[in-house]
Design a protein around this ligand. Structure first.
Ligand SMILES: NC(=O)C1=CN([C@@H]2O[C@H](COP(=O)(O)OP(=O)(O)OC[C@H]3O[C@@H](n4cnc5c(N)ncnc54)[C@H](OP(=O)(O)O)[C@@H]3O)[C@@H](O)[C@H]2O)[C@@H](O)CC1
Ligand SMILES: [K+]
Length: 484
């Protein structure tokens, strides 16, 4: 499990550790790790030009001491001092090793840029001259190594207000920061390298976690000798309408490919015909009225893709939500719930899977605000609505009212195409039916969906149906495909 922490959490742990060590020890550990990554990136250190962007705090101190180490190995090291003050001991060390103070024009001829403008101590958007230096560094041809976080990215949320460094590598100290895993910040980090400075034993529970392949392999249900289709999990899918038939086909497809023992599809005539012809494996009930009475027993429901938002859909949603099994609500289901919050009054668990626009409709928050601070809005919605929230987007986040938010970064931009959300609801719904909690079903579902998208795309456009087709390959890639 990858873990990440807010700036305050890191500072708290640093405080305890620092009190036990001689002054300056942590910064030397940080600088040593930083210099090693820079040296790797340069290949040969001797004679290369390294420009350090140095802010007024300890982030600048890290950069200066790393510059000192590179200068001792024969690099030309020039520090651009951006702040009202500078880490004096770090600057003296750099000078003693042969480094110098330069102005921003040195960026043009740099082989490597070290961004030590600001780290976890930043407040708000970058001020001048930091903002201009960040932009000049981005425009230069040399790769940028960000110290701790790319300057301009809020370490605790991933928020970017104004200019921000776009790094090739981010060398983060002690533990990963939340903002490195959540967009828009995550898209600025490049590769994230962690330098162990001994913080581990002093860290609290993480703010954010990200499942690894092994975590997902451990959580995914696998059939045993005693399994039959009922014990493996029966998923009900209430989706599709005479106007929108594809959503039903895709949601059922996602569920079947993700290992549901059986999928029971319930809907009106047109999608019924489509689901039957695409998926003879599904057990289909054509609804003459909005009732699930004749559908049979299920262990979880997916409600909403392509369902429509009229009275018929509302009645069906009310019936599904009146059941005593977990329900995943997506798409039109979310619009229905936004118009009638009373539908969410139930005791069995609810997982909602909105994108930012749908969450905005549900909570009244501004869509742009949600996109700027995905974590805070997903958490707040989970607490306000009493549900698990899977907020879709370039970094998908899964939040409950308490505990760490799980983020998923397996996705690809090729997944931003119609119908992929329907497939995701099928996958996560199948995992719910197989007994996973909303939190695990959502985070494993997002992981598999992202990976299936990557496998299906291979750098080219994909369709939602391709994603569903690739789900077994994604599961195989996660579990190693061992026959059992
Ligand atoms: N402590 C340790 O032992 C270790 C610390 N470590 C390192 O220290 C870093 C944290 O250092 P930190 O706390 O000094 O804060 P930091 O991120 O350098 O920035 C603070 C300065 O930025 C400025 N500033 C703020 N907002 C701004 C804005 N919007 N726009 C422009 N400027 C702004 C503000 O300047 P001022 O307003 O005072 O001029 C303030 O002084 C951490 O990320 C890690 O790299 C690691 O090596 C591990 C060991
Ligand atoms: K930085």
């Amino acid at each position: 499990m990858r873990t990440a922490f807010t700036a305050d959490q890191i500072r708290g742990a640093e405080h305890v550790l620092m009190a036990r060590l001689p002054e300056g020890t942590l910064m030397q550990r940080a600088a040593a790790g930083l210099a090693a990554v820079c040296a790797d990136l340069l290949g040969r250190v001797y004679g290369r030009r390294v420009v350090l962007l140095v802010g007024s705090g300890d982030n600048g101190g890290d950069a200066l001491y790393a510059g000192e180490r590179l200068a001792r190995r024969g690099a030309w090291a020039g520090a651009v001092l951006a702040g009202s003050k500078t880490h004096e001991a770090g600057l003296a060390a750099l000078r003693q090793a042969g480094g110098r103070v330069v102005d921003g024009s040195a960026l043009d001829a740099a082989d490597l840029i070290i961004d030590g403008l600001v780290g976890i101590g930043v407040a708000g958007a970058l001020r001048e001259p930091y903002a201009r230096l960040a932009e000049d560094a981005n425009a230069a041809r040399a790769p940028i190594v960000a110290v701790d976080v790319p300057s301009g990215v809020d370490a605790s949320s991933g928020r970017v207000q104004g200019a921000a460094v776009r790094a090739k590598v981010t060398v983060t100290m002690g533990a990963c920061k939340t903002g490195l895993l959540v967009d828009p910040g995550a898209s600025r980090t490049g590769t994230v390298e962690l330098v162990d400075i001994g913080l581990g034993p002093y860290l609290p529970d993480p703010d954010v976690t990200a499942l690894t392949r092994d975590d997902v392999a451990g959580l995914l249900p696998r059939p045993g000798n005693e399994s039959d289709k009922y014990r493996r999990g029966v998923l009900g899918v209430a989706a599709g309408s005479d106007l929108f038939t594809g959503a039903a086909v895709l949601a059922v497809g996602g569920a079947l490919r993700a290992g549901a023992g059986m999928v029971r599809y319930a809907g009106p005539g047109a999608p019924v015909t489509q689901v039957r012809s695409h998926w003879p494996e599904a057990v289909v009930t054509e609804l003459r009225r909005p009732s699930i009475e004749d559908v049979g027993r299920v262990q979880a429901w997916v409600l909403g893709p392509g369902l429509g938002t009229g009275d018929w859909a509302h009645e069906l949603a009310a019936e599904v939500l009146a059941s005593d099994v977990p329900v995943l609500i997506d798409a039109d289901g979310l619009t229905l719930v936004a118009g009638d919050r009373g539908l969410l009054r139930r005791t069995a668990p609810v997982l909602i899977t909105p994108h930012a626009g749908e969450l905005a409709r549900l909570t009244g928050a501004d869509r742009a605000d949600i996109e700027a601070d995905r974590l805070a809005h997903a958490r707040a919605a989970a607490a306000e609505l009493g549900v698990t929230v899977l907020l879709k987007g370039s970094t998908t986040v899964v939040a409950e009212s308490a505990g760490p938010v799980r983020v998923n970064a397996t996705g690809t931009s090729w997944l931003s195409t119609g119908g992929t959300g329907d497939v995701l609801s099928g996958i996560a719904g199948a995992l719910l039916a197989q007994g996973l909690s909303c939190y695990d079903a959502a985070s494993c579902g997002a992981y598999l969906h992202g990976l299936a998208g990557r496998l299906a795309a291979e750098g080219a456009p994909l369709t939602a149906a391709d994603v569903a087709t690739s789900v077994p390959a994604a599961i195989r890639a996660v579990t190693g495909g061992h026959v059992r």
